[in-house]
Design a protein around this ligand. Structure first.
Ligand SMILES: [Zn+2]
Ligand SMILES: [Zn+2]
Length: 211
């Protein structure tokens, strides 16, 4: 599985395009504004077809490009039900948007729950609910590849902000300790903003939630 980091949108949100050129399989994790153009060129080069879009949560910076991705690829959208209002009626985020910004709603094809598994790239990808930054925050864990896509729950040297609607620091801390810090130390964490880190590194040095 190849991991392509595609930072896009007004606040440089990381989308991750996962591809397997051998089988033509591709999954996109998050869809900041304009991500389709970048994704499309990778898909073309690697002769892959995008069938699924997994959303780590419903904040606009992760969903603004989703409608275009769905229109152009026909990908099925997967997300957690607790972010349904943000994804299907994004106008509820208007107070948080940059003036003039438009976020189109997208239809979710599959609602994910904590403990679900998704078959992808020859392994069972584990879905973990990690609320605290956003009510419907999800993490996608590839045990075989030793990779966790954490959205805005955990960053290198940081954690997601908890002052937005539905945010709660105690809940976020619990999510990180019980769902992320329980993964092997060597697991690479790919966050929603900034560069990658590892579980061991954050347990040892994260100033907000220590291990
Ligand atoms: Zn967020
Ligand atoms: Zn974000």
């Amino acid at each position: 599985m190849n991991v392509h980091v595609l930072p896009a949108g007004p606040i440089q949100t990381n989308a991750y395009l996962l591809t397997a050129p051998q089988t033509g399989e591709a999954v996109l994790i998050d869809a900041p504004e304009g991500v389709w153009e970048m994704a499309q060129s990778v898909l073309k080069d690697e002769r892959c077809r995008l069938a699924r879009l997994w959303l780590t949560h419903g904040h606009w910076d992760h969903t603004q490009g989703a409608a275009e991705v769905v229109r152009r690829s026909g990908a099925e959208v997967c997300a957690h039900r607790d972010d349904r209002p943000l994804i299907e009626t994004p106008e509820v985020m208007r107070p948080l948007l940059i003036p003039g910004m438009v976020v189109e709603p997208v239809k979710v094809g599959r609602w994910l729950e904590d403990g679900d598994t998704i078959d992808a790239f020859g392994e069972k990808v584990r879905v973990r609910h990690v609320p605290g930054h956003c009510p419907g925050s999800l993490m996608f864990y590839f045990e075989g590849a030793g990779a966790a896509f954490s959205g805005d729950a955990l960053f290198r040297g940081g954690v997601g902000r908890t002052d937005l609607p539905g945010g709660d620091f105690d809940q976020l801390e619990h999510s990180i300790r019980s769902r992320l810090y329980t993964l092997p130390d060597s697991t690479t964490v790919f966050p929603g903003h900034g560069g990658p880190t590892t579980v061991g590194e954050e347990k040892a040095h994260n100033p907000y939630v220590s291990g």
